[in-house]
Design a protein around this ligand. Structure first.
Ligand SMILES: Nc1ncnc2c1ncn2[C@@H]1O[C@H](COP(=O)(O)OP(=O)(O)O)[C@@H](O)[C@H]1O
Ligand SMILES: O=P(O)(O)O[C@H]1O[C@H](CO)[C@@H](O[C@H]2O[C@H](CO)[C@@H](O)[C@H](O)[C@H]2O)[C@H](O)[C@H]1O
Length: 461
């Protein structure tokens, strides 16, 4: 291994955004996609490293790097390594998302709509604040986001896949449709692979200055309820139901706009049910406790199969309260990348809007149970009381969300679900709950009881 690949290997392995934690891999290739340069500062290159895992599968990870001739002490915390670079000789390499100068260079490249091996594509309609000071967003998870003052935010995708990135293309369609429920897309960075496919590297979008995370707001509402033992969910000050209803309306509008932009198709409900069944079979290998509920879950899938054909369209794909932001101008949905565990080819397929609805319904169940877990309590009466309140909170907010989602604006009537919609909701909720069992077993085992308890309730009213 050269010094360069050795350094890149350790940097990727230890990065917070690396999705292959715990798996052995080698750096099998490093490709340079392009360079952004200004004569007054070190060049910024965008490299993509190919990782090969023990089982032979590969993944591409993006590394924008500042290549300095001398050590840059101001970037000590972003040091990747020093090596002989094929284009720039001996360099000290730093992760560019930590560097204000490098990110300012990117912002200016957007303003100039630079086009070359790296294309900085910009949508019209917003004048970028070129004076904005870049700062890396501290809550980075699977990607790295850089805030430009209060004007825009650049999300740098870490794991990249050749082909269309739905985070960009879905957001672009919604922005162009004038949706009020997203942060507008301002532009994106794109390169082309050797075989001519697009490689979407980053996206620049509106910074939502007044945003509060939907999950956090929901938790505060639950906490208010728990602290008022004698009051019901509709009596406490922090009642969330009107927000849940606004979320339902927002999602219905987003689905309408996505239908208009990408069209509708149909799929065989039996095939969808089979996929749910397959997910269940592999989930049981990871979470054996699911086995005792398998018959009931399969009952929900069989009912779905009985529906014949299902309308499908572009959807969010991984919706939960943590992907919603409450702003002064209403609710916004973020992160249209789809379910992280699915390969890109599957995430791009049209899907049932009820998958998004089910994601939100599951979140309304998670919030009170997650809050209950964070407040240890020995008194069995209080535990029981909280359990009642948790069910009450979940039921109230699910109902508010669902009736707003399903309400028909043309008749202005509050609609209860049709029997067919009831079957759809039950099947997609069951499928999401199975997914969550695997997610929690792998990432947060102490939270596994939350979806497991919900699996035990599948099929009960
Ligand atoms: N446009 C935005 N304005 C302000 N905050 C945002 C914006 N987009 C996302 N966020 C915040 O950043 C967090 C991570 O964003 P997200 O798109 O989910 O990134 P990731 O793909 O890394 O999870 C969100 O939960 C939200 O709190
Ligand atoms: O935000 P991501 O795209 O990474 O989504 C994954 O992680 C989520 C957890 O952060 C997970 O969501 C589950 O936990 C949430 C509370 O933390 C809860 O609101 C959701 O309802 C529940 O599904 C999501 O499933 C997973 O894909």
């Amino acid at each position: 291994m050269s010094t360069r690949t050795e350094s890149l290997h350790s940097y990727v392995r230890d990065a917070r955004w690396f999705g292959g934690k715990g798996r052995d891999f080698t750096v099998s290739d490093v490709r340079r996609l392009g360079t952004v340069a200004d004569r007054d500062q070190p060049p910024v290159v965008v490299d993509v490293v190919e990782l090969t895992y023990d089982d032979g599968t590969t993944e591409l990870y993006q590394l924008p790097l500042v290549l300095a001739t001398d050590p840059e002490t101001r970037l000590d915390n972003a040091f990747v390594g020093w090596w002989e670079d094929p284009e720039h000789g001996w360099v000290h390499a730093y992760d560019a998302v930590h560097d204000r100068d490098a990110m300012t260079l990117f912002l200016h490249a957007f303003a100039a709509a630079d086009d070359g091996p790296l294309s900085f594509v910009r949508l019209s309609g917003h004048e970028l604040d070129l004076e904005a000071i870049p700062a890396l967003y501290s809550g980075e998870q699977s990607n790295s986001s850089v805030l430009f003052g209060e004007d825009s935010v650049l999300k740098v995708f870490r794991k990249v896949t050749p082909g269309e990135n739905p985070d960009i293309t879905t957001l672009r369609a919604l922005t162009e449709a004038g949706s009020t429920h997203v942060a507008d897309l301002y532009g994106w960075i794109e390169a082309t692979t050797d075989d001519g496919q697009p490689l979407h590297l980053a996206m620049l979008q509106q910074f939502l200055r007044t945003a509060s995370d939907g999950w956090e707001i929901a938790l505060v509402s639950v906490r208010d309820l728990f602290s008022e033992a004698d009051l019901h969910a509709d009596e406490v000050g922090g009642d969330f139901a009107s927000e849940a209803a606004r979320l339902g309306t927002a999602l219905a509008e987003v689905h309408d706009q996505l239908r208009d932009a990408f069209g509708v198709d149909t799929v065989d409900a039996g095939l969808v049910a089979d996929q749910m069944d397959e997910r269940l079979a592999s989930a049981i290998d990871v979470v054996p406790e699911l086995g005792e509920h398998a018959d009931r879950l399969r009952g929900a899938y069989a009912a779905l199969a009985g529906l014949g054909k299902l309308p499908v369209q572009r959807i969010h794909g991984d919706l939960h309260l943590g992907q919603t932001l409450r702003t002064i101008k209403g609710w916004k949905l973020v992160d249209f990348e789809g379910e992280p565990a699915k390969p890109l080819s599957e995430r791009l397929l049209p899907d049932s809007p009820w998958r998004d609805v089910a994601g939100m319904l599951r979140s309304f169940d998670y919030a009170p149970h997650a809050m209950a877990r964070s407040l240890p309590e020995d008194d069995p009466d209080v535990v029981l009381q909280r359990e009642h309140r948790a069910e009450e909170w979940a039921a109230r907010n699910k109902a508010a969300f669902l009736s707003a989602y399903a309400a028909d604006p043309s008749t202005e009537s509050d609609t209860v679900l049709s029997p067919e919609e009831g079957v759809l909701v039950a099947a997609y909720v069951a499928d999401k709950t199975v997914y969550e069992c695997v997610y929690e077993a792998r990432n947060r085992p102490s939270w596994l009881p939350i979806p497991l308890a919900a699996v035990a309730r599948v099929g009960t009213p």
